[in-house]
Design a protein around this ligand. Structure first.
Ligand SMILES: Cc1cc2nc3c(=O)[nH]c(=O)nc-3n(C[C@H](O)[C@H](O)[C@H](O)COP(=O)(O)OP(=O)(O)OC[C@H]3O[C@@H](n4cnc5c(N)ncnc54)[C@H](O)[C@@H]3O)c2cc1C
Length: 462
């Protein structure tokens, strides 16, 4: 890392907020005015709204992530985890990928560590569940689902088949509904390549404790989303929780029991628990308490935004809801990051801070190829769309929102290719253990006599 005398702006987290805030600061800053340091355990930002499409193979996983060093050439990018913040000394402790932790001094701080999956102590969940927060999980889920089809195709054991062909999704928000929609579409489409697996052999369950799915698009479109998924054979269980899933034996609290190798957990998110070690003021649900200027309450050199912050929703409050907070979504994260970046530069120069205020523009959700729901807010008007048109809106909105021109082109190229070529359905399950085959090949071969003798080690003849 650089040892400059310039003030350091330390950005903790290179996700949506971190990436956009750093870019904004670098754009607004004079040459040499400060050093911008971005720390993240991953060397790339993940565009999470595209994870369901990556899991379905509609977009190449590499095109859903943005390499931080490439898009932030003027910043110092450190791959590691910020573990503590000492506000008195203005020093952060960083645990790098390898080696000892070290301290990094800063003058201004941006905390943008996002959220993590919200889980509960459900028996079997930690061992059998898979989340949908990162690209690794999306790749893993796709390989896993296709591998289940391979397994089912190659066995005559009815129980093994049923377990392989039953897919359970817990949580019906954006992440859960979009993922079940995309994965169901992909898996049933892939069935045509299997002799012993038919579309109708597969069972998909979407389970949520709430009384609706897709709350982000409003009750009517949420109801449409549910009906639509049901019309495709997805069983939707609302006001229902999962009690247990030990060894893939899923028990719901409505009494339903199924065997499944695939339990996708998307039942909401919570602010990054590491925040509790930073000594910052937290709200009742663990978010950093932010002013409308995105400054952390009680500080004038720390800013925060995105999923790890509770930011007052000034538009909602103006309209009479005194307790309105900005919801944790990409729409707010992006806009907050820009205001935050401007405010950091203003703060450094001793200028006043701007307040963040943004009226909801609506929401779009894709539910598989050519299927989706959308709600577009235009002033006082709400336009509700469903089906193919909503799906086009979903693709247009997220395609344009994808950071960097380079990634936009790659995503649009993936979609265009998919129009002419069939969807890729190969399972690369071996990616999980890429060294296995080489390890077997490189293992010393047993002596012929030993092999014949049940591999028993023999004393070497002298
Ligand atoms: C599957 C899925 C689908 C979604 N779909 C939509 C959608 O359709 N529309 C929409 O508006 N929103 C959607 N969202 C929500 C949206 O992606 C988030 O609101 C947005 O990414 C929040 O940005 P953020 O910067 O706060 O967090 P993130 O983008 O998650 O970034 C946080 C970063 O902090 C890093 N970090 C964590 N711990 C540390 C540490 N100790 N030190 C340093 N760095 C750390 C992480 O590695 C990560 O890079 C979706 C989310 C998911 C998971």
């Amino acid at each position: 890392m650089s040892t400059t005398e310039r003030p350091r702006i330390l950005v903790v987290g290179g996700g949506y907020v971190g990436l956009y805030a750093a870019r904004r600061i670098l754009k607004k800053m004079r040459y040499g005015e400060a050093t911008v340091t971005v720390v993240d355990p991953r060397s790339y930002m993940t565009y999470q709204p595209f994870l369901p499409e990556a899991a379905a193979g509609s977009i190449s996983p590499r095109h859903v992530v943005v390499p931080l060093r490439r898009v932030l050439p003027k910043a110092e990018v450190l791959t590691g985890r910020v573990t503590t913040i000492d506000q008195d000394r203005k020093v952060a402790t960083i645990a790098p990928l390898v080696g000892d932790a070290y301290e990094l001094p800063f003058d201004y701080l941006v905390v943008a560590m996002g959220a993590v999956s919200r889980t509960f102590p459900i028996p079997g969940l930690a061992e059998n569940g898979i989340g949908m927060k990162g690209i690794e999980e999306a790749i893993g889920l796709r390989n896993h689902v296709l591998e289940q089809l391979d397994k089912a195709d190659s066995t005559t054991d009815e129980e093994v088949r049923r377990k392989a062909l039953t897919f359970v999704f817990i949580g019906g928000g954006f992440a859960g509904a979009e993922t079940v929609g995309e994965v169901e579409d992909m898996a049933r489409d892939a069935a045509k390549y299997y002799k012993n697996v038919k579309r109708e052999d597969m069972r998909f369950l979407l389970v949520d404790v709430a009384d609706k799915i897709l709350p982000e698009v409003g009750p009517k479109l949420g109801a449409y989303g549910k009906e639509h998924l049901e019309s495709r054979g997805v069983e939707v269980y609302l006001k229902t929780g999962m009690k247990s899933c030990v060894d893939g034996h899923v028990i719901l609290d409505n009494g339903l029991e199924v065997l499944s190798n695939t339990i996708v957990w998307t039942a909401g998110v919570k602010p990054n628990p590491a925040l509790s070690r930073f000594g910052l003021p937290l709200g009742p649900r663990g978010h950093i308490d932010a002013e409308p200027t995105l400054q952390v309450k009680g500080t004038d050199y720390i800013w925060t935004a995105g999923d790890n912050a509770q930011v007052p929703d000034l538009v909602g409050r103006k309209n009479g809801n005194e307790n309105a907070w900005c919801p944790p979504n990409a729409q707010h994260a992006l806009r907050q990051a820009k205001v935050l970046g401007d405010n950091v530069v203003s703060g450094m120069r001793g200028f006043p801070q701007k307040e963040y205020s943004h009226a909801n523009k609506g929401a779009v959700a894709g539910l598989g190829l050519h299927k989706g729901v959308a709600m577009i807010v235009m002033g006082k008007m709400k336009i509700k769309l469903k089906g193919r048109l909503a799906w086009y809106m979903h693709r247009a909105y997220h395609g344009m929102a994808m950071p960097t021109f380079n990634r936009k082109i790659r995503v649009f190229a993936d979609w265009t290719l998919a129009v002419f070529l069939k969807r890729e359905v190969v399972s690369l399950g071996a990616m999980e253990n890429p060294r296995e085959e080489f390890y077997e090949a490189a293992k010393p071969a047993p002596a012929p006599a030993a092999a014949a003798d049940g591999d028993k080690p023999k004393a070497k003849a002298s």
